[in-house]
Structures are given as C-alpha cells and as structure tokens.
Design a protein around this ligand. Structure first.
Ligand SMILES: *Cc1c(COP(=O)(O)O)cnc(C)c1O
Length: 376
C-alpha cells in the first residue's frame, strides 16, 4: 500500500509533472518573475471559472482578507462579526486593522457560522460579517445575505477552504463560493483545494469600484506610478505560482470529484455507527471536502488519533482551541462557556486523510482502523 498522507501533494504532482514542469520552465525562461503574463492569464481564467467580475491575485489568503477589509475602508472600532470556530487568520486581520472582532457560535451540524447568532450580535457599530466556508461547505449564505441587506452590512466570504463549491439559492440560482458576498478572500496554500507550490492568494469581487481600490491597496496604495493615494501593502502572486495554478485550475473539478468520492467511501463505511457522526451535507451547498471531519461521541478522540498514528494513519484536529480561548485573543468580553457548540466541537472532532489521490486500498485500511478502535 502507498504511504497514507494527510494531503498527498507528491502523488498529485507526479500525474501532472510534464505540464507543471513546462509551465515553471516557461516563466524562468521569460524571467518575468513578478506580474508576468501568467498572472494576468490565471486571473482571467479564474474569473471565468468562478463567474465573477474581478479576481485580484495577492500573496496569501491572510492578505486577501486584510486587503478586502482595507478596500472596504473599515475603520478602527468598526465591529466585524465572525465565527469562533475557524483558522486564526480570520480574526487576526480584524485585530491587526484595529477593528473589533465580534465572535459568534456555529451550527452543531454544519460547523459554520450560525445566522441566528449573527442577528443577536449586531449593534450600531457592526459593519461587516465574515462567514467562513469551513472544511469545504458554504455557510448559510442566503440567510446571511438577507441579514446583511437588512442591516446594511458588508459580507466578506472566507473562501480559503471552499473554492469550487456550488451554492444553490431557494430560487434555483447557483453561484460559486466566494462570489456571493461583497468580496471574498482565497488562499492557494499548497494543501488547499486549489494549491500552488508556495504561498498564494486572491480576492474576488463583482464590485468595480471596490476592485479598483483593492488593486491599489495590494500595490502600495498606488494608482499612478509613485503617486500613493492611501496606505497600502505589498502583496503579489508570483508568476511561477500563477503558472502552476493555471495548470491545476484545469484539474480542479476532477480534484473535487476525487475528494467527494473519498468522502462517499468514508460516509458509507461509517454509516450506522452512533459514535461517529459523518459530515452533514446541506441541501444548498456542494461539499468540496477540504477536510473530512468526523464528530465523535462517547470515545476518546485523542486516543483515536494516537491509535491511528500507531497504524501509520495521520489524522488531525481542526481546530483544538477556539478563538476566544487563544492566548493572544484573550478578551474581557468572552470567557470559556460562551460558545458551547464551538467548545464541544474543538474537543470532539477529528479529520481523516483527505486528498485527491486516496485509493480504495488506503480508504479500506483507514476506515477499518477507525472502526476497530470504536468497537474496542
Ligand atoms: C488557509 C486559511 C486562511 C489563510 O490562508 P494563508 O494563505 O495561509 O494565509 C484563512 N482562512 C482560512 C479559513 C484558511 O483555511
């Protein structure tokens, strides 16, 4: 059996090696390392794939979220509502810009931000909502957009884990993750569903004015060369990374299919085991399985992780410490017990290997090991 990895970037690369190697070589031969033609072409191809007016490439997903907030001209003291169960970057950029993060709990089934909790958290200072499409499934965007329209708030989608997911509105309209709110941040970190071979990111928007402002923000706040209209940052996607992403974008839908097939295998194997709750699938969002995350009950989750590790099966805990418990984010407004769903999830979830290269032999081995532990 092939070695089981949490993410198998090597196996994936080997299948597209000639295309990738040629794309990288082409950039090197051209020496157009910064803002070369591959960047613009990738941008246009991604706009087409997503059905969005503007893609602005940048250096990573964290920058993408920060630039979105700078482009929206959010000011210190403005309140931004987001989820307590996510990767730290979401809250980090809010804090760095001296905005006020307002945390709310998640839904126990989808693990995504709870719209009814958003409603309760809105004050006269609230300016934006940041839903995170966690583990590859979109938050309840229809309800979130309704709330945003009612209170005149911006919606900034954290799409880092959900590129390619289709969202269906109740009138039948289908949109891709990251194209529903005012703006979205995306990461091309290698292990993401569309990953490059280093750091990379992008911002998506359908708003022309906002797009212009963000294009300037990522380039030192410059519109005309050496004339700086506002304070910006330096955040670019390398030409080599763009060339790699052009190759991988062509395979994205197949990659999503492979992830969903692995998830189907897991679901079937764990069906009817009360101690393992398989990922909930909403009727409105296609799950693209950035992670395959089980919710355990009545077993010791950490012992399961160790047991799997002893059988050379990696498994990860996303995320073991909720935002409001993190040392750097201690805040007198919050204490342990404030977000019971998040706190429960952080103690009970476990993510199994999930990537595009899992084969049946590996899946059989992984699921058998999990079931063996559960039945012990
Ligand atoms: C990966 C990720 C980010 C940050 O992306 P980087 O490219 O690593 O900066 C932000 N939010 C979420 C939910 C992520 O998964």
């Amino acid at each position: 059996m092939k070695e089981i990895r949490m993410v198998d970037l090597k196996g994936q690369y080997e299948k597209i090696k000639p295309e990738i190697d040629a794309a990288i070589q082409e950039v090197i031969d051209s020496t157009a390392f910064i803002n070369g033609p591959a960047v613009r072409t990738f941008q246009n191809e991604l706009e087409k794939y997503l059905g969005v007016k503007h893609v602005i490439p940048c250096a990573n997903g964290t920058d993408a979220l920060q630039v979105a907030m700078m482009g929206l001209n959010l000011q210190p003291g403005d309140e931004v509502i987001t989820t307590s169960f996510t990767f730290i970057a979401t809250a980090e950029v809010i804090a760095l810009l001296k905005l006020t993060p307002v945390l709310v709990d998640v839904q126990p089934d989808t693990f995504n931000i709870d719209p009814s909790a958003i409603r309760k958290a809105i004050t006269s200072k609230t300016k934006a909502i940041v839903p995170v499409h966690l583990f590859g499934q979109c938050a309840d965007m229809e309800e979130i957009l309704k709330i945003a329209a009612e209170y005149n708030l911006y919606v900034i989608e954290d799409t880092c884990q959900a590129i390619g997911s289709d969202y269906m509105f109740s009138d039948g309209t289908i949109k891709k993750a990251g194209t529903m709110g005012d703006v979205a941040g995306m990461s091309f970190f290698p292990s993401k569903n569309l990953g490059c071979y280093g750091d990379g990111g992008a911002i998506f928007t359908n708003n022309d004015e906002l797009s212009k402002r963000m294009l300037s923000v990522v380039n030192h706040g410059m519109t005309v060369r050496y004339y700086h209209d506002h304070i910006g940052v330096n955040s670019r996607l390398d030409s080599i990374q763009a060339a790699i992403l052009r190759v991988k974008l062509k395979h994205l839908d197949d990659y999503i299919k492979a992830r969903r097939a692995a998830a189907d295998y897991y679901d079937k194997a764990f069906a009817g085991i009360p101690k393992l709750k398989t990922p909930f699938r909403t009727p409105y969002s296609m799950h693209v399985f950035h992670q395959y995350t089980l919710l355990t009950t009545g077993i010791n989750r950490d012992e399961l992780q160790q047991f799997l590790s002893s059988k050379n099966i990696p498994a990860m805990i996303y995320y073991p410490v909720p935002m409001h418990i993190q040392k750097a984010y201690q805040d007198p407004r919050y204490k342990e017990g404030d977000f019971p769903v998040t706190e429960h999830l952080s103690k009970s979830v476990i993510s199994l290997p999930m990537h595009t290269e899992l084969d049946e032999e590996q899946l059989k081995y992984i699921t058998s090991a999990v079931i063996e532990f559960v039945n012990k």
